[in-house]
Design a protein around this ligand. Structure first.
Ligand SMILES: NC(=O)c1ccc[n+]([C@@H]2O[C@H](COP(=O)([O-])OP(=O)(O)OC[C@H]3O[C@@H](n4cnc5c(N)ncnc54)[C@H](OP(=O)(O)O)[C@@H]3O)[C@@H](O)[C@H]2O)c1
Length: 348
């Protein structure tokens, strides 16, 4: 099987290469793609290197599976071309996620949705991904009615340039120099907290990231808008790796914290880390490099007997992106779903 990794020089793409190698993905050949700027650049893979190629009609031929993370505009244009050329695309960008013919899949939550794929499968946004891994078992057991979530998102969620921006600003400030001006973010991120992740499109009160969390959560859990109400506030914090979320969840039947802990302890992909009186709870620094979703601070909401509060943490580049993409690819292989589909996708 020939596997393409599009965006191979990026934060997500380089992690996809790492995870493919770690999990021994059954690829006969891995082909790395990046922009024309990086054509010829070497990226690490399985103790060796791959030379990046630029995208063109010739270079995309003959691939069976493509894991894409080169931004929405690139996926809008190139995912249908990969499908036309005979590949199945697992896309990490936001472009195809809400498309009717594209399943949006979290490996532990709705793997059955893969059966319906027509060439493109979407990987959810990292914030939605970790939240649904933690909430799906609760939804199955007690029915979720409402979710109120606030995120604490690391700069690696914006890619390599954002990580450099935080490092450069923090370094300058620790040396009592003026920090370099913000370029990636609308304000200085070092020693600051920014209540804006992505943009306020068309004068909306909510950012595009917040809208994604609300819509993608319902698509993954397979519910209508009035079945689960979701309210999200997405915040950028000066952390390099690991996303944290404060989640308030109201269930249809009362679920006590002990039962919730037991449910989550038995759930795939979740690790309960919850001994707060001795300082044990999920930390972004502990999640970095792991593939599971850590859940702790599980407690009853004192203002509502049917609501619980949780603290949910995961590595945004691994479970939030690369690991799920590779798990989806593994499921496609296991179920014999890596096969050419009709390339009827048209980007809007
Ligand atoms: N970071 C996260 O936690 C996360 C999580 C989930 C989803 N995502 C999504 O994944 C995508 C990539 O994110 P990232 O954080 O990895 O960004 P990044 O570090 O900035 O990497 C972007 C990658 O895309 C490539 N690229 C850019 N323009 C291209 C073009 N015209 N043709 C081909 N390749 C091109 C870049 O290649 P060059 O090096 O040649 O420029 C680089 O390999 C985004 O859509 C993002 O929303 C990110």
């Amino acid at each position: 099987m020939r596997v393409g990794v599009l965006g191979a020089t990026g934060a997500v793409g380089s992690t996809i290469l790492e995870v493919l190698a770690e999990r021994g993905f059954p690829a006969d050949e891995v082909v790395a793609f990046a922009s024309e700027r990086s054509a010829g650049t070497e990226v690490g893979f399985a103790g060796s290197t791959l030379r990046c190629r630029a995208l063109d009609g010739g270079s995309i031929a003959g691939l069976d599976l493509v894991l894409a993370s080169a931004g929405g505009a690139v996926s809008a244009d190139w995912a249908p071309r990969f499908v036309d050329a005979g590949a199945v695309v697992v896309d990490n960008t936001s472009y195809w996620r809400m498309h009717d013919d594209v399943p949006l899949v979290v490996a532990e939550v709705n793997p059955g949705a893969l059966d319906e794929h027509r060439g493109i499968v979407a990987n959810p946004n990292c914030s939605t991904m970790q939240m649904t891994v933690a909430l799906a078992p609760i939804h199955r057991a007690a029915g979720i009615e409402r979710i109120v979530v606030s995120t604490y998102q690391p700069v690696s969620g914006t890619g390599r340039r954002a990580m450099e921006e935080l490092r450069a600003q923090a370094h300058a400030m620790l040396h009592e120099a003026d920090p370099p001006a913000a370029e990636v973010y609308p304000h200085r991120i070092a020693f600051n907290v920014i209540p804006q992740v992505e943009t306020f499109r068309g004068g909306d009160d909510y950012t595009t990231e917040e809208r994604k969390m609300m819509a993608e959560t319902r698509k993954i859990l397979g519910v209508a808008e009035d079945e689960i109400r979701v309210s999200a506030t997405c915040v950028r914090v000066p952390v390099l790796m690991g996303e944290s979320e404060s989640v308030n969840v109201r269930t249809r039947r009362e679920l006590d914290p002990k039962e919730c802990r037991e449910l989550l302890a038995a759930a795939p992909g979740v690790t309960v880390v919850d001994s707060p009186s001795v300082g044990i709870y999920p930390l972004a620094s502990d999640a970095a490099g792991r593939d599971d979703v850590l859940v702790g601070r599980i407690r009853r909401d004192p203002s509502d007997e049917r609501s619980l509060n949780l603290w949910v943490v995961a590595d945004n580049l691994r479970k939030g992106a690369a690991t799920n993409a590779v798990q989806v690819a593994e499921l496609l292989v296991e179920r014999d779903l890596v096969r050419p589909a009709a390339g009827a996708f048209v980007s809007s």
